[in-house]
Design a protein around this ligand. Structure first.
Ligand code: ADE
Length: 334
């Protein structure tokens, strides 16, 4: 199988991130409602000796969609094959991946909203009837071939559930929305990370990190690594509240977890567009960031925090954001 189809190149930080992943539902912190339901669906399919229904997981980046896919495979005691929507360019690529599947396996497709249409259409029959219909040969010698597959579970993940076509969405029996984590959950995740790295951490330091991690485990773990660097140099490796504050201030992560891009986004709307409403294309151009990054990574958290609103005429910055940035509020409603 070609390397490009399964898994991408990984960095040391990616490997560390993998080490931090919980492997079982029991170890997985937060998302309580999701875990409760998923536990029942998995146990029922285990008892009946059937493959688990297909699962669609959606939500902002960094909340653990990939982790949850691995947890599902672990709890089902099956293998997992990992692929990504845009890397599966042709239906033959999908057929190559599916031909390696064993009964009950999990096939994880990240960024499933970016699957090419032709591939998506082959996936429908694979999901529904466990067959792949492919055309072999060309012109007059073209034949359509139907290959049986073992029952498997497709786990699809996306940050943009609105971009998943209705026919694809309808073929998932289980749909999971991951929400931003509560602060107390991030605190537990940070403490767990400290245990894995064998660092000592004070409760107050974990609280401070949790406050500034925008409800996102990936952000919490990234900030943890940087705080740990400061602790190694200045505090014999011990992570306390002071060193945490020093590190996070140096990283320009503010009290709500907003970073440099969030601040430029909010100030950009206020200073260049009188607080809005303004279209996302104009904001992206004004601050020199990609529109999709703003939409997928930055805006969901700003919306959740009530710092911006989306209206039919564009984005507006809220009064709360003006207060947070210490800029006098000028209402755009007159
Ligand atoms: N690391 C990243 N996400 C996690 C989670 N939800 N639970 C435990 N550890 C994690």
């Amino acid at each position: 199988m070609e390397e490009r189809l399964l898994q991408a190149n990984r960095s040391i930080e990616d490997d560390e991130e993998i080490k931090l992943r919980p492997t079982s539902l029991k170890e997985y912190i937060g998302q309580e409602d999701t875990k409760k339901n998923l536990k029942i669906f998995i146990e029922a399919s285990n008892l009946r000796n059937e493959s688990l229904d297909h699962v669609l997981i959606y939500g902002p980046p960094g909340l653990g969609k990939t982790t949850l896919a691995h947890v599902i495979a672990h709890e089902r005691k099956t293998n997992i094959k990992v692929a990504s929507g845009p890397a599966i360019e042709r239906s033959g690529d999908l057929a190559a991946i599916l031909s390696t599947i064993e009964p009950g396996d999990v096939l994880f497709i990240d960024e499933i909203h970016r699957l090419p249409k032709v591939v998506e259409e082959v996936l429908y029959a694979a999901m529904e009837d466990f067959v792949i219909n492919v055309v072999v040969g060309k012109d007059s010698s073209a034949r359509s071939l139907s290959i049986d597959l073992p029952p498997f579970t497709l786990v699809g993940a996306t940050t943009r559930v609105g971009d998943v076509s209705a026919p694809l969405r309808d073929r998932f029996g289980i749909i999971i929305k991951l929400n931003y984590y509560e602060e107390k959950d991030i605190e537990q995740i940070v403490k767990r990370t400290a245990r894995v790295f064998e660092n000592s951490i004070d409760d107050a330091a974990a609280v401070e990190l949790a406050k500034r991690s925008r409800g996102t485990p990936r952000v919490a773990n990234r900030l943890f690594r940087r705080v740990r660097d400061f602790a190694t140099i200045h505090n014999a490796g011990h992570i306390d509240a002071d060193i945490t504050k020093t590190a996070l201030d140096a990283l320009k992560v503010d009290s709500l977890g907003l970073d440099d891009v969030d601040i430029r986004y909010l100030k950009g709307i206020i200073e260049r567009f009188k607080g809005g409403p303004v279209g996302i294309e104009s904001i992206a151009a004004a601050i020199g960031e990609e529109q999709v990054t703003l939409e997928d990574v930055y805006e969901p958290y700003l919306l959740q925090q009530g710092l911006i609103n989306r209206t039919p005429r564009g984005r507006i910055v809220t009064e709360k954001a003006y207060h947070h940035l210490k800029i006098p509020y000028q209402s755009t409603l007159f």
